[in-house]
Design a protein around this ligand. Structure first.
Ligand SMILES: Nc1ncnc2c1ncn2[C@@H]1O[C@H](COP(=O)(O)OP(=O)(O)O)[C@@H](O)[C@H]1O
Ligand SMILES: [Mg+2]
Length: 500
């Protein structure tokens, strides 16, 4: 129990610590995820800006070259626009605000132009300055260039949204590896490009562009079901389950060890009892033999009949001694797995009579009524006569030993369900139901107070059980405390016999 507490207490501490650190882990996983998403978005912004700058600088270089060379030649400019699909519309003005290109404004152009005029008036004509502004719902880039006569000219262009999406945004963001979905939102918050459908995704954060795309942003979305908290929680569940399983195994181990230890201690106690009981059991017949031996030796017994009785006494007691020693020896053989059974077809009735014969004296002396009922048509049964006789002797010995006021012994033999049923019944002290299982265990002796004064080694019934099982049979007990017991050996009539 102490060991159990020693396991459970640290386990509880570990569980609490684990829970706390998992909470922190969960929070920091979330934070980390967000930070990674922010880094990712910032990187995407930089890359898009770079790509865009690269593409447009090339365009502007060629435009400047054209202006310095042929001037605002409509054919050349048309050609340049065709070769640069990214640029949607191009406008060129001189310093007085006269349109140099295109010659005829198209639908939507006036709004753009008005916005540009206003912007230029406000900002002045500093050369090289590049500005982005929103006109007519789209981004318009204005740049001051130098015309052929050395005077500044204003170039303004819009971008083709589709080409921007395909050649710049998709080309840049499509290649970025990230657990989040990156999307580009325009100045009105409409997605221009996203790497995956945004339907169920939740927006984590957005990073604005610094140049090229005013008020546009790169937003990081978390795909549905990919929450880092949920991932951590899954791990927590797995960890908890593993921890619980481990704890279970440890507790089971401790309980098993504790049980084993208890069994071992119990066994050690039973063994020491056994030694004391056996020694005492042997002493009784020995002292009887010695007493009569000495009496005879002294030559004081002159009566021949008396002398004969003393001799018989000595023989009987030495027979009992032999039986006791055989029991212990056989038991030790069984324990060592060295007991060998030799079977042969045997008549049952003589076996019973011989066994009872050995107990004739104590039975008569204690006033037992003995009832032997052997079925008349009993066949010969294949068995080890010595072993079965010994088992029977143990049962009869117990019936005598554990008798009380009423002294009656019934030995029965019949065939039932294809098996030989040998039963020994008494009207003795009986056995409590709770003990009936255990009395067949080696060294076990039931009800200490009841058996007190009745010496025994506790191996008798273990031996009976072994004999029964070696013959492929069983032994069972029916008993009620105070009323008596009936032990029944059931052996196959021509059953298998195994060595053990
Ligand atoms: N006929 C019986 N009546 C009452 N109790 C019995 C009887 N036979 C066996 N027992 C109980 O079973 C226990 C085990 O019997 P056994 O193995 O023969 O050991 P032992 O007789 O040496 O004590 C006995 O100690 C006794 O408590
Ligand atoms: Mg016994």
């Amino acid at each position: 129990m102490l060991a159990l507490a020693a396991i459970v207490a640290p386990a509880a501490i570990v569980a609490v610590l684990g829970w706390v650190s998992l909470r922190q882990w969960e929070a920091s996983a979330d934070l980390l995820f967000r930070e990674q998403a922010r880094d990712m978005a910032a990187m995407a912004v930089e890359k898009v800006e770079m790509m865009l700058r690269h593409a447009e600088d090339a365009f502007l270089d060629r435009l400047q070259a054209l202006l310095s060379g042929t001037g605002a030649d409509a054919r050349a400019l048309d050609g340049l626009l065709r070769e640069t699909p990214l640029v949607g519309r191009l406008y060129l003005f001189d310093q007085e605000g006269r349109a140099l290109y295109p010659a005829a404004p198209r639908a939507g152009d006036p709004a753009v132009l008005a916005r540009l005029q206003a912007e230029i008036l406000r900002a002045g004509w500093d050369r090289g300055a590049k500005r982005e502004l929103i006109a007519d719902g789209q981004v318009c880039v204005a740049v001051i260039l130098k015309s052929r006569d050395g005077r500044p000219a204003l170039a303004a262009y819009t971008r083709d949204r589709e080409i921007l999406r395909r050649d710049i945004l998709a080309a840049t963001l499509g290649a970025l590896e990230s657990p989040t979905i990156l999307a580009v939102l325009d100045h009105e918050g409409r997605p221009v490009y996203s790497r995956a459908p945004l339907a169920d995704a939740t927006r984590l954060l957005a990073v604005g562009f610094r140049e090229g795309l005013p008020n546009w942003r790169v937003a990081a979305y978390q795909p549905a079901g990919a929450s880092p908290r949920r991932a951590v929680r899954r791990q927590v569940t797995v960890f908890t389950a593993a921890f619980a399983a481990l704890l279970g195994v440890i507790v089971a181990g401790i309980v098993a060890t504790w049980r084993l230890m208890r069994r071992e201690t119990e066994m050690a106690r039973l063994k020491s009892d056994f030694v004391a009981n056996v020694s005492h059991d042997l002493k009784t017949p020995l002292s009887v033999i010695r007493m009569f031996g000495e009496t005879l030796e002294m030559g004081r017994v002159t009566d021949e009949a008396k002398r004969q009785e003393y001799y018989r006494m000595i023989t009987r007691e030495s027979e009992r001694l032999t039986r006791l020693i055989d029991n212990v020896l056989d038991f030790s053989r069984i324990e060592g797995g060295r007991r060998v059974y030799e079977t042969a077809p045997t008549a049952v009735e003589p076996l019973i009579r011989d066994t009872l014969e050995a107990f004739a004296y104590p039975l008569a002396q204690q006033g037992f009524t003995v009832d032997v009922r052997v079925a008349p048509d009993l066949p010969e049964v294949v068995l080890d006569a010595d072993a079965v006789g010994q088992a029977l002797a143990n049962l009869v010995d117990n019936a005598i030993k554990y008798s009380a006021g009423r002294r009656a012994l019934t030995v029965e033999a019949r065939v039932a369900d294809g098996r030989l049923a040998l039963s020994v019944a008494d009207a003795g002290i009986g056995i409590p139901a709770a003990e009936q299982e255990r009395i067949f265990e080696k060294f076990y002796r039931a009800g200490r107070s009841e058996t007190e004064g009745r010496r025994g080694s506790g191996v008798g019934l273990a031996l009976v059980k072994h004999v029964a099982e070696a013959h492929g049979g069983t032994v069972a007990v029916e008993s009620r405390p105070g009323e008596g017991s009936r032990f029944t050996l059931r052996l196959p009539v021509a059953g298998p016999c195994r060595e053990s």
